[in-house]
Design a protein around this ligand. Structure first.
Ligand SMILES: C[S@@+](CC[C@H](N)C(=O)[O-])C[C@H]1O[C@@H](n2cnc3c(N)ncnc32)[C@H](O)[C@@H]1O
Length: 187
């Protein structure tokens, strides 16, 4: 879920030195060094040796609400009392405003072409990456759910003090693509 360390490395540079990141992929093909403790594991079964002050799951996608709730519940288990979880999820109001389907060429050079197709049905968006070389074409796809603010507030499990904000308010984007939840674990 931490990917190759894009966000973890920035947190380290900001002065946070006791950082752990978990991801199922190992990203050996990305040369960037991870400046934090990296665990190559499934987050949902990962058992850390310590409890944390803060957890984040940002720029991840959830194929359904259950996966999102499972992530919140799993973070609850690895946080200290009063610990904070920051987690984001796609905002349905934002997704409804843009075209249901889209296509773009992500990359094209002499060796490889990468195309991205997106399809949205009001509940889920499917993204399909098509990677073509002279010899072979492969496709990778994933599904992500979107959610309204009202529904989001409705499904957050008990046991948290909840603050809800979004990517335009926090200036992480110039639009409200993401709901951002700041959840403090109740003591
Ligand atoms: C869209 S990437 C985002 C990575 C990171 N949050 C970032 O912003 O750079 C999603 C990541 O989740 C990881 N992932 C998906 N399911 C996982 C699981 N059950 N346990 C650990 N990592 C998982 C994938 O390997 C992938 O690196």
């Amino acid at each position: 879920m931490c990917g190759y360390g894009r966000l973890g490395n920035e947190l380290y540079k900001l002065g946070y030195k006791n950082i752990s990141g978990v991801d199922m992929g190992n990203f050996e093909f990305i040369p960037e060094k991870k400046l934090f403790n990296f665990y190559n594991a499934d987050f949902y079964s990962w058992k850390p040796m310590i409890l944390y002050d803060c957890c984040y799951s940002l720029y991840n996608s959830y194929s359904n609400y259950k996966a999102f709730i499972d992530t919140i519940n799993r973070c609850n288990l690895i946080l200290k009392e009063n610990g904070v979880l920051i987690i984001d999820i796609f905002n349905k109001e934002w997704r409804d405003r843009i075209p249901d389907s889209s296509y773009r060429v992500v990359k094209e050079d002499d060796n490889e072409k990468v195309e991205l197709f997106r399809y949205y049905d009001g509940k889920y968006e499917r993204s399909i990456y098509r990677v073509s070389t002279a010899d072979v074409t492969k496709e990778f796809s994933y599904l992500q759910c979107v959610i309204t603010k009202e529904k989001l507030l409705d499904i957050i499990p008990n046991g948290w003090n909840v603050t809800i904000t979004d990517s335009s308010v926090e200036n992480t984007r110039d639009d409200n693509q993401k709901h951002i939840l700041i959840l403090r674990k109740k003591g």
